[in-house]
Design a protein around this ligand. Structure first.
Ligand SMILES: C[S@@+](CC[C@H](N)C(=O)[O-])C[C@H]1O[C@@H](n2cnc3c(N)ncnc32)[C@H](O)[C@@H]1O
Length: 303
């Protein structure tokens, strides 16, 4: 009898499907100004949208501007900067709203940021509660970027980022007081996702998501929802599926808020930001306007 001496093939880390590899490729390559320019303002990098009324005065015309003088406060460059700052303020308001639902938490508590992007949400939670945070993203580049940001802020002892699949993190069971998905549920099967949150959260822990979902009352996914799916390589779920899947995984909603109206000014402003548009702005506005798409906050207790 001979024993094969070939090394066993190690499973890739994180273990992921071909689809998940394409999602990782997308985020590894992503360099959109709307994500990077906004984040540079205060080193809080968010890859989600914004909520609340916009300050429309940032759009004021620059007719009187001396276009040859970049220091003229009414120059086109200054107008662009004002719009960028205002969009960032609206994104920050969204991150703050999500974080406000995670508590109460103490500095001894640990939170889990599923699909953390370039890491802004974990920093926001840490600054608010002093808690430990673990952010995971399927993009190696994002995880490295976020970790570097935490090092620069000297919070890397409490805020850590991992290149992991959020469906199968290997992080410790029952160790987390709160967890969330900020615009990252549309990349995964909800049953697998909520099973992992339920495993990680301690009993009585808090789960929060802000997400775009399609509206069951519209029927099926609209043309605009399909265009958004194609744009981001994602698969937007119907609203109903969130509650079914949560119920199957010991997550009991305690607060649900339709943020669709609150999200609309962000898109109206972003549509006019020529230096930041990605081409999907009108599609979001149509989808919100025709009732096929909703922006939802769901808060749930892990029982
Ligand atoms: C729209 S971004 C949101 C990022 C972040 N939550 C924020 O609000 O800034 C979607 C994120 O989901 C992550 N993602 C998608 N599928 C994932 C998976 N299976 N495991 C971990 N992260 C995933 C992407 O890498 C990306 O960071």
């Amino acid at each position: 009898m001979t024993i094969a001496d070939a090394e066993p093939t190690a499973a890739p880390v994180p273990s992921q499907s071909t689809y998940q590899s394409r999602v990782a490729d997308y985020w590894n390559a992503e360099e959109n100004p709307v994500n990077l320019e906004l984040g540079k303002i205060d080193d809080l990098y968010h890859h989600h949208y914004g909520i609340g009324e916009a300050d429309w005065s940032v759009l004021d015309p620059t007719d009187a501007a001396d276009v040859t003088d970049p220091t003229d406060p009414s120059s086109p460059a200054d107008r662009q900067e004002r719009i960028t700052t205002e969009l960032h303020r609206l994104e920050q308001a969204q991150a703050d709203l999500l974080a406000s639902h995670l508590g109460p938490l103490t500095p001894a508590d640990r939170v889990f940021d599923a699909g953390c992007g370039r890491g802004g949400g974990s920093v926001v939670a840490h600054l608010r509660y002093g808690c430990h945070a673990d952010g995971v993203t399927i993009s190696r580049k994002q995880a490295d970027f976020a970790a570097e940001q935490a090092r620069k802020r000297h919070i890397d002892d409490k805020v850590r980022y991992h290149h992991l699949n959020m469906l199968d993190t290997g992080l410790p069971s029952g160790a987390y007081a709160a967890s969330w998905n900020n615009e990252s549920t549309m990349y995964v099967e909800l049953d697998l996702l909520f099973a992992e949150h339920a495993r990680l959260l301690r009993r009585g822990g808090r789960y929060v998501t802000i997400t775009g979902c399609y509206n069951d009352t519209y029927g099926r996914a609209s043309r605009e929802v399909s265009l958004i799916n194609a744009h981001y390589i994602c698969d937007i779920h119907p609203r109903s599926e969130y509650f079914r899947a949560m119920a199957r995984h010991r997550l009991v909603p305690t607060h649900v808020e339709d943020l669709t109206a609150a999200a609309t000014p962000y898109w109206q402003l972003r549509k006019q930001a020529d230096h930041l548009v990605t081409g999907i702005e009108e599609t979001f506005l149509t989808a919100y306007g025709n009732g096929s798409f909703q922006y939802l906050l769901i808060v749930a207790d892990r029982v």
